[in-house]
Write a protein that binds this ligand. Structure first.
Ligand SMILES: CC(=O)SCCNC(=O)CCNC(=O)[C@H](O)C(C)(C)COP(=O)(O)OP(=O)(O)OC[C@H]1O[C@@H](n2cnc3c(N)ncnc32)[C@H](O)[C@@H]1OP(=O)(O)O
Length: 497
């Protein structure tokens, strides 16, 4: 029954246990593994590896698409086997190891990893471990709930371990669209002009002799942990929907807005949920992660098509979608992350990019990654791929965090992932600042008026007025610019007054 999933009969002899397959991984190797936002990661072999290193310590450099589910980053960190990790993670244990300097983390635009591999700016993976639904007659790999970097990892690696996961239904086959850009300097444009264009193959084309091992597993993807919208995230969504309605009324946006991208996490998901209460129809997504909100919008008849590179769902939505795949399959495509996040396509399609900030400053510089400028949260992910090239780059956040001890709007961002030149619109539950066409001093007025929490507004006005008196195109008090962060570290609050 299981062997039916390996349609290339010559590969049947490669079936082995996860423990045996893990023996292919040697000390110092670079491992390219499937998995993007806790979807479609290889599960059995990395767990077997973590067990093995208890007896036989080794270190690997681990590359994935993005974050891993099933606590794999935690398990691998605790086993001591991670020397380097890239390009994204969301795990508390790994985060601690990164911030202690125990694991070297390369926080990278998600579209760039395989481009750097292709140009040999990064060391090519020695081995790829890829979760699959099946192996085709030609020996090609059919991915599962994410494509991520799996295609290029398989192409670049010397050997490939395939984990066939029988918990994923065979009907998933056909959902994927694998397109690999050619080499420079003879590269041609990516031939994608509509969100639903299919430009590649449905499986990852590799020579079957590269497949060193095939392992069967039946472990599910982790469920998404996003919470339901709360009062603040609902307010953020409302401000944004009102703004977008006005953009349509002013004919700056088409009635269906154009393709949407939304980031990970509670806030981005809640904002997309807010579109359920709008009058928009025929919405489309050209995004990386497809969360519950995508399928709620499809079910409500508001969204006609969604292109992404992974699907991560709550328990409720997971069974609804995967038990009724025939209802969704013609409305979905999963692509490699360099195509879902490709700057050329983001610019061509005119994407509205909605991502979440940890903090932003009065001029619109956004910090998505570093708490107090030093401690890594998750990583920049794909937010920069989209923000820089989008038709409209929108960043959302709650105006305060940690019961008000932190203002998410600060005088000067303590780390900058998206600089003021890439940021068009900022939204908190307090309101929306439209920064387009404004000079820094004008931007600050809009941000202070519309985005800062009332508890911090006077403190911010005081800073801004004194900075303006000192002068400059982008006025600052350099001796005070990080005083809010310093006060937080010393006294547990950003409140100075
Ligand atoms: C794979 C991908 O790339 S998807 C594409 C986009 N990717 C990105 O944008 C990557 C960067 N973004 C992120 O990592 C997330 O969106 C975040 C961390 C910025 C926000 O995550 P969300 O889940 O939406 O927001 P939420 O309000 O729940 O905040 C998460 C945590 O950050 C904390 N936080 C928020 N603002 C701050 C701040 N200024 N300082 C310190 N902590 C903060 C919150 O209190 C919360 O902490 P908790 O987990 O202890 O409760």
């Amino acid at each position: 029954m299981q062997l039916e999933r390996i349609r290339h009969a010559g590969l049947h002899e490669k079936v082995m246990s996860a423990e045996q397959a893990s023996e292919f991984i040697k000390d110092g190797m670079t491992v390219g593994m499937s998995g993007f936002t806790r979807a479609g990661e290889a599960k059995a072999v990395p767990k077997a590896l973590a067990e093995r290193v208890k007896e036989h310590p080794l270190k690997i450099n681990l590359m994935t698409g993005a974050s891993l589910g099933n606590d794999l980053d935690k398990i691998l960190t605790e086993s001591g086997s991670l020397a380097r990790r890239m390009p994204f993670q969301v795990d508390t244990t790994l985060r601690k190891a990164i911030n202690n300097g125990d694991v070297m983390f390369i926080d990278q635009h998600l579209s760039e990893t395989v481009e750097q591999l292709r140009n040999h700016q990064l060391k090519l993976p020695d081995i790829a471990i890829i979760e699959a639904i099946a192996i085709t007659e030609e020996g090609h790999i059919v991915p599962t709930t994410s494509v991520g970097n799996s295609a290029s990892f398989s192409i670049f690696a010397k050997q490939v371990i395939v984990e066939i996961n029988t918990s994923h239904k065979p009907e998933l086959e056909g959902l994927h669209d694998i397109y690999i850009p050619s080499y420079r300097p003879t590269r041609t444009p990516v031939p994608l002009v509509k969100v639903d264009d299919r430009i590649g193959s449905t499986a990852i084309p590799i020579p079957p002799e590269k497949i060193a091992a095939i392992v069967f597993t039946s472990q599910n993807d982790s469920y998404s942990t996003v919470g339901a919208p709360d009062e603040d995230t609902a307010a953020i969504a409302k401000h944004l929907v009102t703004f977008l309605e006005n953009e349509v009324a002013e004919k700056r946006l088409a009635p269906n807005l154009g393709p949407l991208q939304a980031g990970i996490g509670n806030i981005a998901n809640a904002v997309m949920m807010g579109l359920l209460d709008s009058d928009f129809t025929d919405l489309t997504m050209y995004s990386e992660v497809l969360q519950d909100s995508t399928f709620d919008l499809i079910d409500a008849g508001k969204m006609t098509f969604a292109s992404g590179c992974s699907v991560i769902l709550s328990e409720r939505m997971n069974s609804k979608v995967f038990d009724n795949l025939e209802h969704y399959k013609d409305k979905l495509i999963l692509r490699p992350q360099e195509i879902s996040n490709h700057p050329e396509i983001v610019r061509r399609l005119g994407i509205i990019a909605i991502n979440t900030a940890l903090e932003f400053d009065i001029y619109g510089n956004v910090n998505s990654t570093h708490v107090c400028g030093t401690r890594m949260m998750n990583g920049i992910g794909g937010s920069g791929d989209f923000a820089r090239n989008a038709n409209m780059a929108i960043f959302v956040t709650k105006s305060i965090a940690k019961d008000g001890a932190i203002s998410s709007v600060v005088p000067m961002a303590s780390h900058v992932d998206h600089n003021e030149h890439d940021v068009d619109i900022l939204v908190t539950e307090q309101g929306l600042a439209d920064l387009r066409g404004l000079a820094p001093r004008e931007r600050a007025v809009q941000i202070i008026k519309h985005c800062v929490h009332p508890d911090y507004r006077n403190q911010m006005l005081d800073y801004f007025e004194r900075a303006c008196a000192r002068g400059g195109h982008t006025p600052h008090l350099l001796d005070e610019a990080f005083s809010w962060h310093i006060n937080l570290e010393k006294n547990g609050t950003m409140k100075l007054l």
